[in-house]
Design a protein around this ligand. Structure first.
Ligand code: ASP
Ligand code: MG
Length: 409
């Protein structure tokens, strides 16, 4: 007998039939004697529909507090429907919105963070043999305002609940059957990973592999929640991927576990700026003041008193970043501000890199053999990222997948 938190995403509860399927799956776990707490998303497409309504009525400028009032309704529908579906097959179930639980958050509307969860009512219901269903993606702040956790936030709701309840496992059911070595739509040879460490998952999630909301992975790491990604569309969950902790790992580690690519990138170059203290701050400070996140940064070694800067920003912020820099260009004494928003960041990730040399050079050689030019490079302990032209996304991912031995046998 175990305490399991299960999360079902939008596709998994996207129709009456699918909700009934989910109910049957939950009933099976119940029949085995497990206690089950379920977190659900809104039915697929619903959150987008609500966002569009809010944008339309507010001239694309919705009041954040009211936005959350609207967005939270999506999940409220699915918790009620799922409870009914369970009741109708003889499984006692009870639904809770975020504030009813209560999932306490800060007041950052549309991107709130969970502070704590009061699990008293949940424990009482579980003791009475009920399945408890909690609306994902939402909470309540100290002033009783409804809050939401950011798109994809139901993953984080589920992991946070699992942490609060000290659940034996948090199962994320989605429309894929696990975490893959890379996107199988791009590389048909991609394999599902039975296991991946939390550190690797964190890198892959942050690099644009959209299986889990990154905050849910961070949460799982912090509170050591045993997390498993499974398919809600297959009978046995499709095998799934278990996210483990390194010290629990006995298996021989492969050098590279996965390859991620992120097209949400644009490169900016500031050339010929005076090579003196404070110049990086002047350039990047102005970008930060506009709330634009900077990812990769390169500053050249100065020559003849000037130097060059390159950095990347999210593609949506590209035009704004160029505008800002053109405004301060004369003030900082730069010769030229330019950029490119048809770039992609391709990254190889693997814990095994720590103990293997030559991983980066294999990556660079492989790309060179395909005639792919590398524009920027960044590395961390378990990751090497390169910025290349977007048109090479598929080619680069495919050849790297193959050279690091990730292709299906
Ligand atoms: N319904 C929300 C969204 O679409 C939250 C979630 O599905 O995780 O982003
Ligand atoms: Mg999701």
């Amino acid at each position: 007998m175990a305490l399991i938190v299960q999360k079902y995403g939008g596709t998994s509860v996207g129709s009456v039939e699918r909700i009934q399927n989910v109910a049957r799956r939950i009933a099976k776990f119940k029949a085995q004697g497990d206690d089950v707490v379920v977190v659900v998303s809104a039915m697929s497409g619903e959150t987008n529909r609500l966002v569009a309504l809010a944008d339309a009525v507010s001239g694309n400028n919705p009041n954040p507090r009211e936005m959350d009032v609207v967005l939270a309704t999506g999940e409220q529908v699915t918790i009620g429907l799922l409870a009914m579906a369970l009741n109708s097959i003889g499984v006692p179930a009870k639904s809770y919105t975020g504030w009813q639980v209560a999932v306490k958050t800060d007041s950052a509307h549309t991107k709130a963070r969970i502070d704590n969860i009061d699990d008293t009512a949940i424990h009482k219901d579980l003791k009475e043999g009920k399945v408890v269903i909690v609306a994902g993606f939402q909470g309540v702040d100290a002033d009783n305002n409804i809050t939401t956790l950011g798109r994809g936030g139901s993953d984080t709701s589920a992991v946070a609940l699992a942490a609060a309840l000290k659940a034996d496992e948090c199962q994320i059911y989605t429309d894929v059957d696990g975490v893959y070595t890379t996107d199988p739509r791009v590389v048909p040879e991609a394999r599902r990973l039975d296991k991946i460490t939390f550190e690797e998952m964190l890198e892959l999630a942050s690099l644009g592999s959209k299986v889990l909301q990154i905050r849910s992975v961070e949460f799982a790491g912090k509170y050591r929640v045993r997390l498993r990604v499974l398919s809600s569309l297959e009978e046995d969950g499709g095998g799934g991927t278990l996210i483990t902790f390194e010290e629990d790992e006995q298996m021989e580690r492969v050098v590279v576990s996965g390859i991620a690519f992120d097209k949400n990138q644009a490169r900016i170059n500031v050339r010929g700026v005076p090579d003196k203290p404070g110049i990086a701050y002047q350039i990047l400070g102005a970008i930060a003041d506009a709330n634009i996140e900077v990812d990769m940064i390169i500053q050249n070694v100065g020559a003849e008193g000037t130097t060059d800067f390159s950095f990347t920003v999210p593609r949506v912020d590209y035009k704004k970043a160029l505008e800002i820099l053109n405004q301060i260009k004369e003030h900082i004494g730069a010769n030229e501000v330019s950029g490119d928003d048809t770039v992609v960041k391709v990254s190889i990730v693997g814990l095994g890199m720590r103990s293997h040399v030559g991983v980066a050079s294999t990556m660079f050689r492989t790309l060179a053999e395909e005639g792919i030019n590398i524009q920027m490079i960044s590395t961390s302990e378990i990751k090497v990222s390169v910025l290349i032209a977007e048109k090479y996304t598929e080619l680069a991912t495919r050849v790297l997948h193959s050279v690091f031995g990730l292709d299906k046998a």
